[in-house]
Design a protein around this ligand. Structure first.
Ligand SMILES: [Zn+2]
Length: 118
């Protein structure tokens, strides 16, 4: 096999001509990174989290969506971030809900005491 650009002899499987530097063979097929696809579980968690626990789930939702368009490796990293945000959001939501419940409880007790006194 000879280079079609300069005529130099080529070795079997050579991709570039050693003489002129032109590409003479096929490049290795670039492995297309696998697309990750949407993690439905994380998406549901993020949306539920946003509904119940607030703002921390927004970055989780964004990361989940970004993870669906990235490669598998990128997706893993993004889903990890999403998971962290969802976890924080869950803890934050639980604390907030507990506080609201306590507040309502105290409020009810307070009203009952006022009514009892009247
Ligand atoms: Zn050549």
């Amino acid at each position: 096999m000879y280079c079609k650009y300069c005529g130099a002899e080529l070795l079997e499987g050579q991709t570039f001509c050693a003489d002129c530097g032109n590409q003479v063979g096929k490049l290795f097929k670039e492995e297309k990174p696998k697309k990750a696809g949407l993690d439905v579980g994380m998406l549901v968690w993020s949306i539920l989290g946003m509904y119940f626990c607030g703002a921390f789930s927004i970055p989780a939702l964004v990361m989940t969506i970004l993870a669906s368009v990235g490669t598998v490796e990128e997706s893993k990293i993004r889903l990890n971030i999403a998971r962290r945000f969802n976890t924080v959001s869950m803890i934050f939501g639980a604390v907030m809900n507990a506080l609201v419940c306590l507040y309502i409880l105290f409020y009810v007790v307070f009203i009952m005491m006022m009514l009892g006194m009247a």
